[in-house]
Structure formats: structure tokens, C-alpha cells
Design a protein around this ligand. Structure first.
Ligand code: ADP
Ligand code: MG
Length: 475
């Protein structure tokens, strides 16, 4: 029998399986794919950097023993991290057992058995005859509509996404701009739209790319003197998905080239889907003409998921991992992690891992510990409600007064300070801040921020307010 990566890994797995709990095995080893075997180095593909870190932290000894059994004392393990599918960004992280020998790192990287292992070569715009070229969509099939749960917080964005997916370029949602804070599902939704389009219209060329990667490619094309090829490449795409468009801030050259590509696609009835962590009105250092293009279609916000949605998302993740968790713990998690869905997922993974690794049951106590640890390490965003409360208390008024329509100077100032801190300390858009602080519009909030800035630099008493409140809010 020939020895293959698969056969070596299968043997490792049966050894590992005997030495850990079924739950840990399912969580941490089933998702791994053996991808390559060269001499005594086995490459395994893991789904995320977190996953890799977890394995290294908790299972490195076990892996080492298993691998040495199979491949001898010089056995090496190479992790290949399948990243979130940014274009050509499947960079392999490599780590070996024993980790003393780093010399093979480079060749391992090149050998990493991933489709886009070499983004430079892959870059189609250096190859003549691009029109015949198959463009890889860079979509992650794990991010689809089925597992993008619907809730009040995402209803508009989700259904607009569905509409676009069913009729790319054929709705008035062009471009579709999905915006919202970190970890609220922008990337997931963007992929889901692309995945669905590919399913429905396999012949359409769909491309998912992060704005960061797009920028890098553009800079590269300028260096190599093939800016036009770069533009042409993008102009033949039917559905262009650009993630995290706010990263184009301040990059005039890239914005300019994107503007041209955008116009071309739009004029030809091609679909453009964008995501951003800010609403268009809040995007800074983005050229006006580009901003106004973003507003041609639909901007849909992903908001913080409500309790029900958080519960549903937790349950789905548990179901996917084949893990059962008592209802009270699910509710505990949903009640205590409200910042975003990524953190919620992180806490669930830690919880499962802790319980399986220490062979403990998942208990409320364990959940509390994890949430404590978890939340300590991640800076929590203060809420706008909390800011209003602190500011009102400070000026000895109640929140209703702060929000009221009165023009009394001290109340106006308190309101402006609340807006200022909301802008400073949260990721909420100007519009959203305005609506939460007494139903004002985004221009009022912008004006408030400027006024506070001005007063703080000219008025000593006022500066003290800002400092005091800043301290209170950072505690
Ligand atoms: P963003 O790009 O906005 O920072 P992501 O799209 O990366 O956020 O989402 C963070 C995590 O939360 C992902 O693992 C994603 O699958 C999950 N997620 C977000 N929204 C939902 C949802 N509505 N249903 C299920 N999972 C979700
Ligand atoms: Mg994202």
C-alpha cells in the first residue's frame, strides 16, 4: 500500500481518537484535512488561525506523538490555514514538529497545496487573453444564506442580498452596500450573495475581493506598469464583491481606479456589492464622486442582533458542531455577549473546547468563567444609552431632559457632549447616534462633535467637562 497524506493522517487520527474525548475529537480533529505529504512532513489544513493556535496550545504533544509513530523521529507537521478567502490570501502559516528546524518553512509555503498558493502567478491580468480565463470567485461556500440566520437586525440587508442574488444587476440595489460594525456578518452576507449567484447562474463571473487585496493588486500593477490590464480584468467581471470598502480611505489612486471600474460595470448592468464598517455619510477621506456612487443603490445596515437572534445563532453553531448545551447556558451566553457575533462564536468555541479538553461537563459555572475571561480580553464598547446616562448624571439632569428639544445652553451642551462621546467611543454611525440621542439627524451630530472640539480647545471649564466625562466613561 502506498503511503499518502491521507493514510498517514488516518493512522494519526485513530491514535488521537483513542486519547481524547469524542467531543474534542469532533470539534478539533474532524475539520482537519490532510493535504500533502513530502518526505517526513505532513501538511494539514485547518479552517482558521484560531483553530491552529488552539491545536498548538492544546494538542501539540498528542500530534507529535502520533506523527512520530507514523513518520519517525524527524516527522514534521505543517499547518495550512485556509483563510477567510480573501483573494489569493490563503497564506499558509507553517509550524513544525520539532520546531527547531525552520529552514524548510519557505519551500513548504510554496508547496502549500492551495489553489491560490501563488497570488502573483495567479493574477490573471498579467496573462494575455484574459477573456478566456476562468476567474476563481474566491467565495467561501461555508458562508451561505442557509446559515445566515434572519433577525430584526439583518432583515433589510439579508432580503436585499437575496434579491440581488436572484437577479444580479437586475434590481435597483446596485451597488448594494452592506454596512455595520465589526463581527456583525458583513463578510458572511457578502459571500452568501456570491455563493447563491454562482449556484443560480454558474456561467456568471463572480469575484469576491477585500478592499485591502484590491489595493495591493493595484499598487503592484502600477509598479509593473500594467495598470490597464488590471482595470480590464475587473471590467469583465459580472458580479464584483468588494469587502471592507472603508479601507480605501485616503488612497486616492486606488479610489480613482475603482471609480472607473465601478462606472464601467454599472453602465453594463453588472452587479456591484460592497461592504463597509461605516455608513456612507460617515466615510472619511473617500472622494465625493465615489461616495455619491455608493449611494446610487441601496445601503443596508447590519445592526446588533437582538436576544432572540443571538439565541438562534448560538443554537445553530452548537448544532453544526454536534454539541448539546443546556438551555440556561445558551441564555446566559446570549445575555452576556452582545457586542457581536464573532465574539459570541469565540465564546462558544472556548466553552466547548474547555469542557472537552478537561473532560468536564458544560456547566453554568464554566460558562461564567469563560465569559469573564473572554470579555476581559476584548475591549467592550460602551453603549450610547450608557453614555447618555453618565453625561446626564454628571450634569444632574435626567436622560429625557438631555434628549429634549430645549435650547437651554447647559442642556444643549450636555447633549452635544453625549453625541461627541458616542462618536468617539462607539462604532455607531452619525445617523444612528442622532436617532438614539433625541431623534436628531446626522448633521446635528456632526455639528455637535465639531462644537465640542472647538469649545474644548478654547474654554477651560468646558475642557474639564470633557476630561471628567472621558475618565468616567473609560472606567
Ligand atoms: P464582519 O465581516 O461584519 O466583521 P463576519 O461576516 O465575519 O462579520 O461575521 C462574524 C461571524 O459571525 C462569522 O462567523 C459569521 O458566520 C457569523 N454570523 C454573522 N451574522 C450571522 C447570522 N445572521 N447568522 C449566523 N451567523 C452569523
Ligand atoms: Mg468582514
Amino acid at each position: 500500500m502506498t503511503i499518502t497524506a491521507q493514510s498517514v493522517w488516518d493512522n494519526c487520527l485513530s491514535f488521537i481518537k483513542d486519547n481524547i474525548t469524542p467531543q474534542a475529537y469532533k470539534t478539533w480533529f474532524e475539520p482537519i484535512k490532510a493535504v500533502k505529504l513530502t518526505d517526513n512532513a505532513l501538511s494539514i489544513q485547518v479552517p482558521s488561525k484560531f483553530f491552529y493556535e488552539w491545536l498548538e496550545e492544546h494538542y501539540v504533544k498528542l500530534l507529535k506523538v502520533a506523527l512520530i509513530k507514523e513518520l519517525g523521529d524527524n516527522a514534521k507537521l505543517v499547518y495550512v490555514i485556509k483563510m477567510e478567502n480573501t483573494y489569493g490570501n490563503n497564506q499558509p502559516f507553517t509550524e513544525k514538529i520539532p520546531s527547531s528546524n525552520r529552514s524548510s518553512l519557505k519551500s513548504q509555503e510554496v508547496d502549500a497545496p492551495l489553489k491560490n498558493k501563488n497570488p502573483e502567478l495567479k493574477n490573471p491580468f498579467v496573462i494575455p487573453g484574459i477573456r478566456n480565463l476562468q476567474i476563481e470567485s474566491q467565495l467561501n461556500p461555508n458562508y451561505n444564506f442557509e446559515n445566515f440566520l434572519e433577525g430584526e437586525s439583518n432583515r433589510l440587508a439579508r432580503s436585499a442580498g437575496m434579491a440581488v442574488a436572484n437577479k444580479p444587476g437586475g434590481t435597483s440595489f446596485n451597488p448594494l452596500l452592506v454596512f455595520g460594525g465589526v463581527g456583525l456578518g458583513k463578510t458572511h452576507l457578502a459571500h452568501a450573495i456570491g455563493v447563491q449567484i454562482k449556484e443560480k447562474y454558474p456561467e456568471k463571473t463572480v469575484l469576491y475581493i477585500s478592499a485591502e487585496k484590491f489595493t495591493q493588486q493595484y499598487i503592484e500593477s502600477v509598479k509593473k506598469n500594467n495598470r490597464n490590464d488590471f482595470i480590464h480584468f475587473y471590467q469583465v467581471i459580472d458580479v464584483l464583491i468588494v469587502d471592507d470598502i472603508q479601507l480605501l480611505s485616503g488612497k486616492a489612486g486606488t479610489q480613482d481606479v475603482f471609480f472607473h471600474i465601478f462606472n464601467h460595470l454599472h453602465q453594463n448592468g453588472k452587479q456591484v456589492i460592497l461592504t463597509s464598517d461605516k455608513a456612507p455619510v460617515d466615510m472619511q477621506d473617500i472622494e465625493q464622486r465615489l461616495l455619491s456612487r455608493f449611494k446610487w443603490g441601496l445601503s443596508a445596515e447590519l445592526q446588533h442582533p437582538g436576544f432572540e437572534t443571538r439565541i438562534a445563532i448560538i443554537k445553530q453553531k452548537l448544532y453544526q458542531d454536534g454539541v448539546e448545551m443546556p438551555e440556561n447556558i445558551v441564555e446566559f451566553l446570549a445575555n452576556n455577549i452582545k457586542t457581536n457575533i464573532r465574539e459570541l462564536e469565540g465564546a462558544i468555541i472556548s466553552l466547548i473546547a474547555h469542557s472537552s479538553f478537561n473532560k468536564k461537563e458544560i456547566t453554568l459555572d464554566l460558562a461564567k468563567k469563560i465569559v469573564d475571561n473572554y470579555v476581559k480580553h476584548t475591549k467592550r464598547e460602551v453603549s450610547i444609552d450608557y453614555i447618555q446616562k453618565i453625561v446626564s448624571d454628571y450634569f444632574q439632569m435626567d436622560v429625557e431632559t438631555l434628549q429634549s428639544k430645549t435650547r437651554k445652553r447647559h442642556i444643549v451642551q450636555a447633549r452635544q457632549l453625549a453625541m461627541f462621546f458616542a462618536k468617539k467611543l462607539t462604532k455607531a454611525s452619525l445617523a444612528s447616534i442622532g436617532s438614539q440621542i433625541g431623534q436628531r439627524d446626522h448633521a446635528t451630530v456632526l455639528h455637535a462633535c465639531k462644537t465640542v472640539d472647538n469649545l474644548a480647545s478654547t474654554d477651560k471649564q468646558f475642557r474639564k467637562y470633557v476630561e471628567d466625562l472621558g475618565k468616567k466613561l473609560s472606567n
